[in-house]
Design a protein around this ligand. Structure first.
Ligand code: PNS
Length: 158
């Protein structure tokens, strides 16, 4: 059974994340989208809200599960019986930090492999932080996130 863990903050999920999840669901038997539960990061959406938006966006993908974790990613991956961490790469600017994390994770557990998927070019400019900023300043995020997420952003910015 090939199980991949796709970790992140997902504050909130964007079309860029969904593109990766959709493509990964065709490569792995199971994809676990794992939301980092880290209150010290002061996310806009709490863990439950973030998981709810991911569930809504991936409801048609039968082999995708949504979960949350705290502590070390590599321990969570082990606990789930997975051996792959899946990450999306948007641009060269992502590479340095992602390489550092992949190498640290390998140091912590050499049986877990990090696999990178290139984000589709139409989403290469997209990030949760920019989506939040655009929404906060009253811009249109319709082409960046699903309608369900854009409604939640509107509610937060009321
Ligand atoms: O969406 P993000 O914020 O870029 O995701 C970062 C994430 C959650 C993948 C990373 O911060 C992480 O793995 N955190 C868990 C703590 C951990 O394992 N730290 C050591 C990483 S080498």
């Amino acid at each position: 059974m090939k199980i991949a863990v796709y970790p992140g903050s997902f504050d909130p999920i964007t079309y860029g994340h969904i593109d990766i999840i959709d493509r990964a669901s065709r490569l792995f038997d199971n994809v676990i989208v794992a939301v980092l539960n880290n209150p010290s990061k002061a996310p806009l959406f709490d863990t439950e809200e973030r998981m709810d938006m991911i569930r809504n966006a991936t409801s048609e993908l039968r082999n995708v599960e949504v979960d949350s974790f705290s502590g070390l990613l590599i321990d969570y991956v082990d606990q789930k019986g997975a051996n792959t961490v899946l990450k999306g790469l948007r641009a060269v600017s992502d590479f340095e930090y992602e390489l550092q994390m992949a190498l640290m994770n390998r140091k912590l557990n050499r049986n877990v492999e990090t696999i990178f998927m290139m984000t589709s070019s139409r989403y290469s400019f997209l990030s949760s932080s920019l989506v939040k900023e655009v929404a906060r300043l009253g811009g249109c995020v319709k082409e960046l996130v699903p309608d369900y997420v854009s409604e939640k952003l509107l509610e937060k910015n009321k």
